[in-house]
Every structure is written in C-alpha cells, then in structure tokens.
Design a protein around this ligand. Structure first.
Ligand code: PEP
Ligand code: MG
Length: 588
C-alpha cells in the first residue's frame, strides 16, 4: 500500500494507552495443521519418546525465554512463562496425551493437539475476555510442543533494527518477549483482549496497543505508516497529512504528560486541602504485582483470582495459591492486598465442576452463590490459602456478588472454621484478617449499612453495579446507551453506599472501572470515597487529579452531579467540570 492510497480507520479495543506513529512490521502466525494418523503398535513407544523429548525441549525453551524476559522486560513479563512451565509439567495434560497415543495408536502431535484443543475450546467459550485471552497462551504452548514433536524449528523473530509498530494476527507471550523492546512503538493485533498477556506486556513496556481489530491483517503490510491511538482503540492505516499532523500534536502532548506524571510517583494522593486518599491497584495475575511497588501506591485493592482457576485443567491447589498470594504480599512490601475470592460461575464456570446450564448466567449461580454447594470445597481451599498467606503481609479477604448480609455471615463462618482448623494443625496465620464485601448488586447497595456492620471494608464494583441497576448485560454492545456510569441511579447507589458504610465506621473503596475514570474522580472524592483501586496504567493520572483538586470543591461537585435527572446532563456537567479544573490531563 503506498502513501497515495486513502486512509483506512479501524476500531478495536483500547488495550494500552498512548499514541504511536510509525512503520508497520508484520509478524505472521501460521496455523498448524494436525492430522490424525494411525500408527502400528510397535511404533507407540517411539511416539511416546518423541512426545517426552518435545516436552523436555519445550521446557528448556520456556526456561530460557523466562530468563531472557526477566532481563529484557522485567519480572512481570517473565512470570507469564511460569504458567507455561506449570502446564508442561501438568500430569493431567501429559498423562492424557500419553493415554491417547497408547490406546488409540495415534501420532503424538495429534494426541497432544486433541488434549490442548479441548482446553482451548473451554477457554474460548467463556464470555469474559480474560478467560478467552488465556486460549492464546495455550495455543502458543501447543505450537511449540507440536513443532518439536515433528522435528521442526521454532519461530524466531527477526531482530528489529528500526522503530516499528508491531502488527500480528495474534501476539503470543513468547513472541512478545523475543521482540526487542527499544524499537517497539506499539502493538496492533486482529485478535486479543484487554486482559490478554500481550496487552499486559504492552502495558508493562509502556507502549500503546490496540487489539481486536478483526480485519487489519487484510491491509497490513511491512513498511506502511500507521497511527495507533491506544486511548480510543483506533488504528489509522496510511494516514492522511491532516491525520498525521493532528496525531503528531497528540503524541507530543502525551509524551509531555507522561513525563510530568512520572514526577509525582513518590508523592501522596492528597488533595490541595490535605485530604489523603488511598490509591490502590487492580490486578488479574500474580505477576502483575511485581510493578505495583514502583507506583508508590496503597497496595492492591482488587486481585481478581478467577484466572488461577483457569490457568490449568485442574483447580489450583492450596499450596499453589499460597505461593501466589505470598508472592503478591511480599511484592507489595507490606501494603494491603485485597484478595477477592473467586467470582466464578455464571458465564465463567470452573473447569472441574459441572454446573447446570442456566438461562441467565449473570443472574444465576455466580460468585458467592457458588460457595454453598458445589463450590464449597473450592471455597474452603481458597480460604485456607488466603488465611495462611496472611502471615506474609497485610492480606485481606473480599467476597464478590454479595446480595444480602446472610451471605457475609456464611462466608465469615467458613473463615472462622478454617482458622480453627489451622490452629489445630499448628499452621500459623494472623488472627484478625480484615474482611470485606463487594457492593455490586443493588440489594447490597440498598442494605450497605447492614452489610457494613459485618465488614471491615466495602468495595464498590461499578462494572456489575451498573449492569444490575440498569438491567443491561455488561457485554451487550447494543445497549451502550443504557450501560452508563453517569446514570443518576448508579450515582445515587454509590453515594448511599458510601454514606451507609461511613455511618457504621466502615471505609468504602471502589474497584470497578469507574474508579479509573478521570471524569468521575472529583465527584467520587466529594461523595467521600476512601479508596480508589484502579488499573496500574491509570494510577498516576488519577493521583494527579486528586492532587489538583480541593476536597470541599469536590463535595459541591458531588451535590450538583447528584441533582441531575439524566445521564446526558451528568456527563456534560462532568466534562465541563474536568475541562475547568484540569484541561491538560484529559487525553481524549
Ligand atoms: C466490578 O464488578 O466492578 C468488579 C470490579 O468486578 P468484576 O469486573 O471482576 O466483575
Ligand atoms: Mg463484579
């Protein structure tokens, strides 16, 4: 495609913020074709040997990539390969493959592919992008092992000699760490999600990424110019002079903002008139904790533990979880770590439990509702691991999808039982582990005072609170107009939750996406929110806003915002408010 061709604009998912302008380097990901072949009985043992050798070679590769990633991309990126290592030595995967080779007398690459595909299908079947994204990792590993079984060489990515925007249909973690960091301007992919490893790596490198572009592969060629807008999820291919000039300006503004924000890293999240706010981070993977300390924040306000349950074909053991929780607690150096017990069920069924199919999974057996029956043992195991991890730092427990206080009673009783059990076994733990509830169901918001009485803290989950308040599936793109954080009903529920929590002397945080929305920061401070738990990339921006505003002015803004009758009015007001107070901080 030459410069004379017209500009193409493709919209995807805004995965990592920032602006990149540069030439494209396409990285191809070929599809592996695997055929089933019947082998003679006498060839079975040779086939098993091929499989074992392929596993050993893959393990050695993954170990090397781990070391390389640790040096070039830091611990966070490297930890991803620990998941690969765990899968390669997972007895279920290995034994099932061996069984198929032996019993079906079939080729090793087919047997391994069959086992991996079952697992990939489960992951791809989830609605939640977090779990879908894990399928890419499993594919990555599958390709590596199969290439070794067939005696083929592994894909080596060429050294990148000049700054480029990487484009791939799909970017695997091993691709990403092999790339030379210094010359990468950004990432664009056809597949991928906000929570895929490639996205996390892009964020850890600190370059913009737009994923889920669907059809970019058709037009991407080495050397064509693209603009990536990681805030808007936009990829402009072969941009016009006008677009280039516009984005060059945005790029310059972005870089100067990043530089300014760097300078407040070590400063407190304190308003102009001296009110201190807790500013914590949300993480999805244990390895993400490695960079949290550098943010000088208030630890982790939400660790979504669901991924642990889908990282392998079996549920994580108590010891595995203990290791992960200990790692996180130690990484954040004594700061709070709020571990949310698994929010599985609904659209994210745990792999090992066969739950009944439900008509409305989001209204079904999800989160805490799973802990009573089929998920009881899983819950007990997780609580044992969390309680045991309490000796390694300031570990706290939070329960998801609380709809009424009896669910809190139930969970607290399990915690007590586990503590008694550990006591008897002589296993150490901290007695007074703080316990909190997520407020993300309207019935919980309406009874936040009753729930707060039973808890050490509350954390508002706006992603679900908006969904359940407006009766809109949070993933339904057709009802975007209704799924709105600025809906007056949502604002009232948040305000009431904070007030009711405070009446009981319980602090109230927010870990839903709204906490990372710069338009909402002033109003949330004014409502009295105690803690903001935000995605690490938004951390400094939210801190800077906190540092630029006056608490009493925020209180007035909250009062005004709560008075409007429509979402549009609230949104217009918030935009004007932010442009008045910190115009140069708004990225789009
Ligand atoms: C929420 O609902 O706002 C939340 C933080 O939880 P999740 O997004 O994991 O459902
Ligand atoms: Mg939620």
């Amino acid at each position: 495609m030459g410069q004379t061709e017209s500009e193409i604009r493709l919209y995807g998912i805004a995965a990592s913020p920032g602006v990149a302008i540069g030439a494209v380097l396409v990285i191809g990901t070929e599809m592996l074709k695997v055929e089933k072949k019947t082998i003679p009985a006498k060839a079975v043992s040779a086939e098993l040997d091929k499989f074992d050798t392929a596993l050993a070679k893959s393990m050695s590769d993954v170990e090397k990539i781990y070391d390389m990633a640790a040096v070039t991309h830091g611990e966070e990126a490297a930890q991803i390969f620990n998941v690969h290592k765990a899968m390669l030595s997972d007895p279920m995967l290995v034994e099932e493959t061996r069984k198929i080779i032996k019993n079906d007398k079939t080729n090793a690459d087919y047997a391994f592919s069959f086992v991996m595909d079952k697992y990939i299908t489960i992951l791809q079947g989830f609605q939640d992008e977090l779990f879908k994204a894990r399928a890419v990792d499993v594919q990555d590993l599958k390709r590596r092992v199969i290439r070794y079984i067939r005696g083929e060489s592994q894909r080596q990515l060429a050294r990148i000699g000049a700054p480029v925007v990487i484009f791939a249909t799909e970017l695997t973690p091993s691709d990403t760490v092999q790339l030379e960091k210094s010359n990468i301007l950004g990432f664009a992919t056809d597949y991928g999600a906000r929570t895929s490893h490639a996205t996390i790596l892009a964020r850890s490198i600190g370059v913009p990424a737009v994923v889920g572009l669907n059809s970019a592969a058709k037009v991407m060629r080495d050397g064509i110019t693209v603009i990536l807008d990681g805030d808007e999820g936009l990829c402009v291919i072969n941009p016009s002079k006008k677009s280039l000039a516009l984005y060059k300006k945005r790029y310059d503004a972005y870089i100067s903002l990043e530089k300014r924000l760097e300078s407040i890293k070590a400063l407190p999240a304190r308003t102009l008139d001296g009110k201190d706010l807790a500013l914590a981070s949300n993480i999805e993977f244990p390895e993400e904790a490695d960079h949290i300390r550098e943010l000088h924040g208030d630890g982790i306000g939400l660790f979504r533990t669901e991924y642990l349950y889908l990282a392998g074909p079996t549920e994580p053991t108590e010891e595995q979880q203990l290791n992960d929780y200990k790692h996180i607690a130690e990484q954040v150096g004594g700061k709070p770590v709020i571990i949310r017990t698994f929010d599985l069920g609904g659209d994210k069924p745990p792999v090992s439990l066969s739950l009944p199919v439900e008509d409305n999974p989001f209204l079904g057996v999800r989160g805490v509702r799973l802990y009573r029956d089929s998920g009881h043992e899983l819950f007990r195991t997780q609580i044992r691991a969390i309680v045991r991890a309490s000796i390694f730092g300031d570990v706290r427990i939070m329960f998801p999808m609380i709809a009424c206080v009896s669910e809190v009673h139930y969970c607290k009783n399990v915690v007590k039982e586990i503590q008694a059990e550990l006591d008897q076994e002589g296993i150490p733990f901290k007695e007074n582990i703080p316990i909190g509830a997520m407020i993300e169901v309207p019935s919980a918001a309406a009874t936040a005072d009753i729930i707060a009485k039973e808890c050490d803290f509350l954390s508002i989950g706006t992603n679900d609170l908006i969904q359940y308040t407006t009766a809109v599936d949070r993933g339904n793109k057709n009802l975007d107009y209704l799924y709105q954080p600025y809906n007056p009903a949502v604002l009232r529920l948040i305000h009431q939750t904070i007030k009711k929590g405070h009446q009981q002397g319980t602090w109230v945080g927010m870990c839903g996406e709204m906490a990372s929305d710069p338009l909402m920061t002033m109003v949330l401070i004014g409502m009295g929110l105690d803690e903001f738990s935000v995605s690490p990339v938004s951390h400094l921006l939210i801190k800077q806003i906190i540092r630029l505003v006056d608490f009493h002015a925020c209180e007035r803004s909250a009062e005004t915002a709560l008075d409007f009758s429509s979402t549009d009015q609230v949104q217009t007001y918030l935009k004007n408010l932010c442009y008045e107070n910190f115009p140069d901080l708004l990225r789009s």
